[in-house]
Design a protein around this ligand. Structure first.
Ligand code: F6P
Length: 364
């Protein structure tokens, strides 16, 4: 398919609806076109900025106790309205809704489950910064007519049949995978079409760029500290090359940068909360992003496990996330293994500060 000439509908029909058609994909292209319609509507609302009258707090908190912005609520409504009527969904889950959203009885029910974060990085709204929407599609394996509850959504991310995000930046893009690579579409605003502009995105295996919120350093585990310290040491340390750091505070923007030019993004396990789960939500942040990253040749782990293999236990469960360029993510995974096996336990000496028991590995 040609970049710049293929619309999203053509791409989906060619990929999902033509022979040899994966029978299990019936209706998926239509559902994704509805998701794209929600994204276009959100893009239009965001473009109006403060003039749209939707800025500021909604004077409510979401299911995680975080303050909801008016736009969190508005964008959630847009997703629900665009997708509930089409007869393709059995239920939805959103960062902004505590319970599973059952499709109202006036509409037919379908075989898919949609999980989404309608406005990721919403703290960036006030500074006119980059935000996004993230979504994940699963097939409902239960009885088609039965009421769908929480358990239907508690399935490992490797079972996703589609995942994607929208990035609302200088241009609006939709980045999508239906399990045949990761592809990027740019919104042609005056026409209203998403046009394929980045087919088969590949993440470079090596990188010199990492992203992490360093203000949390004191809460991190030793393997993450070790990795970040080595990056900061640059060419004077064991990595023997300089690294660059970025932090946009919007997962969509960080993952987009990594898909475009490589890098590592970390929101690791930390001791900020007693549960030590990290910050990001498994079902509608970590899983869809990991699917996209893996489909683009990258890796996504919790530190100790592939994210797509994590068995969810709760709807709004959080999970540590380390994703991006394959070699770097593998290295961080190895550091976790070495730490867990007691092979590299740092210790603190009053004379020498924090030291590793082992010499830095210059060969790895
Ligand atoms: O909802 C999660 C999120 O906004 C991510 O998009 C982003 O990566 C992270 O939180 C930012 O976290 P912090 O506030 O610690 O910078």
């Amino acid at each position: 398919m040609l970049d710049g000439r293929t619309t999203l509908s053509k791409f989906l029909i060619d990929t999902l609806d033509r022979e040899p058609c994966p029978a299990q994909a019936a209706g998926l292209s239509a559902l994704l076109i509805d998701v794209a319609a929600a994204i276009k509507a959100i893009s239009a609302v965001l473009t109006r900025g403060a003039l749209g009258g939707q800025h500021g707090s909604a004077q409510s908190v979401n299911t995680h106790g975080e303050e909801q912005k008016k736009l969190d609520v508005v964008t959630n409504e847009i997703f629900v309205q665009q997708c509930e009527w089409d007869g393709l969904l059995a239920a939805m889950v959103s960062e902004e809704m505590e319970e599973v959203y059952a499709i109202p009885k006036v509409y037919p029910r379908g075989e898919y489950l949609l999980a989404f974060d309608p406005l990721d990085g919403s703290s960036n709204i006030d500074i006119n910064g980059v935000v996004g929407s993230i979504f994940s599609v699963l097939r409902n394996t239960g009885e088609p007519q039965a009421q769908v509850g929480e358990s239907a959504f508690l399935r490992p991310g490797r079972e996703q049949v589609a995942a994607g995000y929208a990035i609302y930046g200088p241009s609006t893009m939709l980045v999508l995978s239906v399990g045949t690579g990761t592809h990027g579409f740019t919104l042609e605003r005056d026409v209203g079409n998403f046009v394929l502009t980045h087919s088969n995105i590949r993440i470079p295996e090596e990188t010199e760029e990492f992203a992490i919120n360093v203000s949390n350093e004191r809460f991190w585990e030793p393997p993450v500290r070790r990795y970040v310290q080595e990056c900061k040491d640059g060419r004077t340390g064991c990595r023997q090359r300089d690294f660059n750091m970025r932090w946009i505070a919007s997962m969509v923007a960080e993952v987009h940068r990594i898909l475009m030019r490589g890098g590592v993004f970390m929101y690791p396990r930390d001791s900020k909360t007693s549960a030590m789960e990290g910050r990001l939500r498994l079902l509608y942040e970590a899983n869809p992003m990991s699917f996209l990253v893996e489909q683009a040749g990258g890796h996504a782990i919790t530190g100790r496990e592939r994210i797509l293999d994590v068995q969810p236990r709760r709807l709004h469960e959080r999970v540590p996330v380390i994703l991006g360029s394959k070699q770097e993510v593998e290295r961080i995974g190895r550091y976790h293994g070495e730490y867990d096996r007691g092979e590299d336990k740092p210790f603190t000496s009053p004379l020498f500060g924090t030291r590793s028991l082992f010499l830095p590995d210059f060969t790895a």
